[in-house]
Design a protein around this ligand. Sequence first.
Ligand code: PLP
Length: 454
Amino acid sequence: MSDVFYRKLHKQLPVIVKGEGVWLTDAGGKRYLDASGGAMVCNVGHGVAEIADAIAAQARKIAYVNGTQFSNEPVEELATMLAARARWAAYKSYLLSSGSEAVEAALKLARQYHVERGDLARRTIIARTPGYHGNTLLALSASAREHYRRVYAPWLLDVVMIDAPYPYRAGALGESSPAMTGDALETAILSAGPGNVAAFIAEPIGGSSTGASVPPPGYYARVREICDRFGVLFIADEVLTGAGRTGKFFGLEHFKANDGKPVVPDIITLGKGLNGGYAPLSAMMATSAVVETIAKSGGDFQHAQTYSHHAVAAAAGVATLDYIERNDLVERAATMGIRLLQRLREAASSGEAAELVGDVRGIGMLAAVELVADQATKRAFPRDMKVAETLVACALERGLVLWPNVGHADGHDGDLVMIAPPFTLTAVELDELCDRLRDSLAATAAKLRTSKVL
Ligand code: PLP
């Protein structure tokens, strides 16, 4: 009997004792292929000795000083590395521990930016559904995840939700629907009153919420143009898509602004792949225009956390980014991603596996398999069938780790699994992943047939 208070209260969790590359080993010696890198975190693979060594070396030098009293070397270095990667504007990085914290800080910064300019009415946040930005109360307010929100609804803020671009479920209008063109954002700003809107937050490419859905090419040019016209800050939540996951360092780099130049977000959030899982580390990057507005007022950023700008966490970030750079892992994510998608499509369309797959999509090392009860109508399975969970359990039995997401079809129903392996996955491991996925899909279809769902 464990003394740990786990989030999952009805599950006996295997104890992992070792990780190496894409492989995990539990205390009983069973090996698992980590096809989701945990929660789309482990981009450089498990057990990278040089990252572990960099963390240990920093802990020996100095583990912690408070970020309001001192700076430290890895924090300076990491901020410079991030600024170099977002070279289209001057950004300063505020380092935190989790994606939720980075989002929380980004939304608060947007509000403070407007307050310092004397634009006090600007308090409305616009976000997208489906969409996810974290589980602290402000981040959760901006997240369309009904099952997480329900209990805390009385404590959540009103955030205006617009439909996310979701090509597979865009309906009859397809690319000309307001969700896909970006018109939905303009309509929402006009209806909230342009002078009331502080920020628009979006995942540049859908994470688990829309299962690796890629918006149409012109979407972010339109978003940037609308935000500029109405004085609204654009926050790109790259917690999941950042650090190379989609085959570019930032997911937003897949898009261009109207002038053909990069789309410049006012604020960027990073987490997950920034640390590769080696330490709790996230970043909130803000353009110097935003930071200077606050500095000019004579005040400081009104957001305090004991573990911001943490030296050991930052050392993990520096070592992870170094490792990505030296091993060309962003390019590898782009090229292996093409092969991954092709092999996933083959696996998902073979034999019994094909019976429940509606769509296989993705970009770089971020892919999803969406499961449907009816392929012609795209009808989702009723939520109480727990189809995504069944597939994840079947996969785990076969030594394959997948990440489920539910509720995306209509806010309640919808089943998909994410495939987001470390970028270091070899071609042989990729084939192994797809074979295990095919067998897991077939086993899930067989179970559903036994219970007369298929
Ligand atoms: N933003 C996005 C896009 C995410 O996918 C997540 C987590 O899945 C978060 C924010 C929250 O990050 P964390 O779970 O580290 O708090």
